[in-house]
Write a protein that binds this ligand. Structure first.
Ligand code: ATP
Ligand code: MG
Length: 631
């Protein structure tokens, strides 16, 4: 079907369109009403229908593909690969569900999962889904305080944790973090279920509270646990946003709408048919991991690869080696990861047979054009940028090669996905802007199935955070965008990432893009610095590619010239600082607000979402030492 017709029908006749899509999944009781919009901005999809995510992800496939691989969990950290067929996954998830039940976990109870990217994380999520418990996965390795906050928000019946994670060959004990978090938390759960890989011989246990998963597992080895059917709008899971712009929001997902969005997108967006292999490099702790490592590939009857480790270890060819070994059809990663690989020798991409690979999808951050060109040329397959948020749960702007591939335009994630009533509007008047004019990206309610139902326990925050920015009731993405006359959209950064130079509002992303066109630059961050005369001026922090030997002052000057040539003298960076790493959130997003604070000599505020504190120390030193001389 043509994309245009598909999309049009989803907007013009949403009930008819989604009634049709609902047939992609199994319902125990079919929906009585497709859409209930009686209480906007809330909306309910597939009202009265009952279903179950775990049943759709596993049980439904047993008749046709029990022996097919469902999950392959690869760790380049422990050097262990574990393969599970659908039958084996069924059995592991049933055992896990029986263990949960034996610990008193019931429908509607919350379970916090704090595990590395290992198979047990997937078992635990699906086991919760099976019995109607609500999982809240917290990215493994988040600090104790972050974990405590999320525990108090969810008030879980159980915490599932690991003895340790590993990163770059180094063991990171989790248990001390868990103990600290439970001391800090006001609502600590009675039990901690520990998945022990034996990585931390020093691990201590609290008697009666801490339980060992392996020993409980043997007690329930042949368990089969009945599926708990849930009404489509009951909560399935909670997941926090990355905290790039402020305090993370606890996104609440439903059951039926999410299952339908997963079934639709795995086929039409990611072009995965049953039996094919999908490799998403995400961690299960992020939105991409939930949707495209766990739920969508399994609901779609595919094989999902899960990867624990760095893209460069044991060598920068590891991901491509896995693509060859498993015949990966669709790969999904992030611009940040690709920029890491871009620093390495390109020959790593040519070492392996990638003939099965059809698409590389990238999401999470703006995909700058130089990186898009580099990876497209090196890989020789279409690279598809897709825009989404933790809130949406699946791509909101993307191309849909599983339906009908449109031209890839570099720098643009493409066209709205089905059900997203997308508009770009003037931030002041709320009127739609013309093609080529920058505005705020918004979605006209109802949000499609799969998007958040609300903020956990905080309906007011849901309304206030997303729907209170304009006179009309619109979901604000809080991102700037621009559309061309064919409807392709470019994301120009966050609405709070704007600098005002002599009365002109410049998006920091545009300047970053321009700086990144210099051949020596690996990655750049631009922020505004106070200036007596102009109000604000742009300041660049950049990392260079490995092996660049040019004089830093010369590179800095050339970078500034790139901006002057491409965007005009107004946007010319006032200063350039070259550093070895930029501050990122744990999900790999640039944490501009921390740079901004340091430049202004202010307290960088809540840094709990920061990945590597050493990066900020280096920035502090760079600020003291002054910019590159070429500036
Ligand atoms: P918080 O909402 O807590 O500040 P966050 O917005 O970083 O954190 P996420 O939901 O992980 O949390 O990220 C969504 C945001 O990531 C989008 O709003 C957008 O700014 C950015 N983003 C995601 N994909 C793309 C893309 N393909 N192109 C440009 N930006 C993207
Ligand atoms: Mg956000």
């Amino acid at each position: 079907m043509r994309y245009e017709d598909f999309y049009r029908q989803s907007i013009d006749e949403p009930e008819r369109f989604w009634a049709e899509q609902a047939r992609l999944i199994h319902w125990d009781k079919p929906p009585q009403q497709i859409l209930d919009q009686s209480n906007p901005p809330f909306r309910r999809w597939f009202v009265g229908g009952t279903t179950n995510l775990c049943y759709n992800a596993i049980d439904r496939h047993l008749a046709a593909r029990a022996e097919q691989l469902a999950l392959v969990a690869i760790s380049s950290e422990t050097d262990v690969t574990r393969e599970f067929s659908y039958r084996q996954l069924y059995s592991e998830v049933n055992v896990f569900a029986a263990v949960l039940q034996s610990l008193g976990v019931d429908k509607g109870d919350r379970v916090v999962i704090y595990l590395p990217n290992i198979a047990e994380a997937v078992f635990a999520m699906l086991a919760c889904a099976r019995i109607g418990a609500i999982h809240s996965v917290v990215f493994g390795g988040f600090a104790a305080h972050n974990l405590a906050l999320r525990i108090d928000d969810a008030q879980p019946k159980l915490l599932i944790a690991a003895d340790a994670g590993m990163r770059g060959g180094k063991v990171i004990p989790y248990k001390p973090l868990v103990d600290a978090a439970l001391t800090e938390a006001l609502a600590p759960p009675p039990h901690v279920l520990i998945v022990d890989r034996g990585l931390d011989p020093q691990m201590t246990r609290v008697t009666d509270r801490d339980l060992d998963y392996a020993s409980l597992r043997t007690r329930h080895e042949d368990a089969e646990v009945a599926v708990t059917w849930l009404e489509s709008n009951e909560p399935s899971y909670l997941l926090y946003t990355s905290g790039t712009t402020g305090k993370p929001k606890g996104i609440q997902r439903d059951v039926g709408g999410y299952a339908v969005a997963m079934a639709l997108s795995i086929r039409t967006v990611f072009d995965i048919a049953p039996g094919q292999v999908m490799f998403s490099t995400s961690d299960v702790g992020w939105a991409v991991g939930h949707s495209y490592n766990v739920y969508a590939p399994l609901i779609g009857g595919a094989t999902s690869l899960l990867y624990e480790g760095l893209p460069t270890r044991p060598d920068p060819g590891i991901w491509w080696q896995l693509c060859e070994r498993y015949g990966v059809h669709t790969m999904f990663s992030s611009p940040t990861a690709i920029r890491v690989l871009k620093k390495q020798d390109e020959s790593w991409l040519r070492k392996y047979d990638l003939s099965a690979l059809k698409w590389l999808f990238l999401a999470g951050e703006p995909l700058d054009e130089p990186t898009a060109h580099w990876i497209t040329d090196s890989l020789g397959v279409p690279v598809i940028d897709n825009y989404w948020q933790t809130e949406t749960g699946w791509p909101a702007i993307t191309l849909m090669p599983g339906l009908d591939l449109k031209t890839v335009k570099f720098g643009s994630p493409g066209l709205p996905a089905p059900g997203y009533g997308m508009k770009v509007i003037d931030e002041n008047t709320g009127a739609e802007v013309a093609a080529g004019v920058k505005g705020v990206l918004v979605f006209q309610p109802p949000l499609p199935p799969g998007c958040l139902s609300t903020v956990w326990h905080d309906d007011d925050r849901y309304v206030h955070s997303y729907f209170s920015h304009f006179k009309e009731l619109l979901y604000s993405s809080l991102d700037w965008a621009i559309r061309d006359d064919e409807g392709y959209t470019w994301i120009l950064g966050r609405t709070d990432d704007v600098i005002n130079v002599a009365g002109h509002r410049l998006g920091t992303r545009e300047i970053e893009e321009s700086v990144a066109t210099h051949a020596a630059v690996a990655e750049a961050a631009v922020i505004g610095m106070k200036d007596e005369l102009k109000g604000q001026v742009p300041v660049v922090f950049a990392t260079l590619k490995q092996g660049v030997t040019e004089d830093p002052a010369v590179v800095a000057l050339a970078m500034r010239q790139c901006v002057t040539d491409q965007l005009g003298a107004l946007a010319r960076p006032a200063r350039v600082y070259l550093v070895s790493a930029l501050p990122k959130t744990r999900s790999g997003k640039l944490l501009r607000r921390s740079l901004q604070a340091l430049v202004q000599g202010a307290d960088p505020g809540d840094l709990s979402t920061l990945d590597d504190p050493a990066a900020l120390d280096e920035i502090r030193r760079a600020l003291e030492e002054g910019p590159e001389q070429g500036s």
